[in-house]
Write a new protein. Structure first.
Length: 127
């Protein structure tokens, strides 16, 4: 095997590992978002979601980073079916959406998809 091929293989493994680590770091936010939004089947305004997420973190003594809201929104958009940007996840794995019939910035969860995702990842949303 040539040096270039070995280097390329190493970089591919490293990128895959980095992507997996980043995805795992999102899991607590995804689980908390599912828990918050599941209690509101019609969706919840962004401001209320952020307040509930902060309260959930305080109750569990979890860290609340300085850019907490930015991170929560980034995770929501990454797992959202109707996000403005192109997502890496397939349509079948979208967990969140914006209800079309509600005015303003409203977030909601696909309950059955969220349950399947939690089960597949061996996670619990704290219900």
């Amino acid at each position: 095997m040539t040096y270039e091929a070995t280097q390329a293989e190493f970089l591919d493994e490293r990128e895959t590992e980095t992507a997996a680590r980043k995805l795992r770091s999102e899991f607590p936010y995804v689980v908390d978002l599912i828990g918050v939004l599941r209690a509101h089947p019609g969706g919840l305004r962004r401001w209320s979601v952020m307040r509930a997420m902060r309260n959930r973190r305080k109750d569990s003594a979890g860290p609340i980073p300085q850019k907490f809201e930015d991170e929560v929104e980034r995770v929501f958009r990454r797992w959202c079916g109707d996000a403005d940007k192109i997502r890496e996840t397939a349509d079948a794995t979208t967990l969140f959406y914006r209800p079309g019939e509600r005015a303003g910035e409203v977030w909601a969860v696909h309950g059955e998809r969220a349950d399947s995702w939690l089960k597949a990842e061996h996670l619990d949303d704290g219900r």
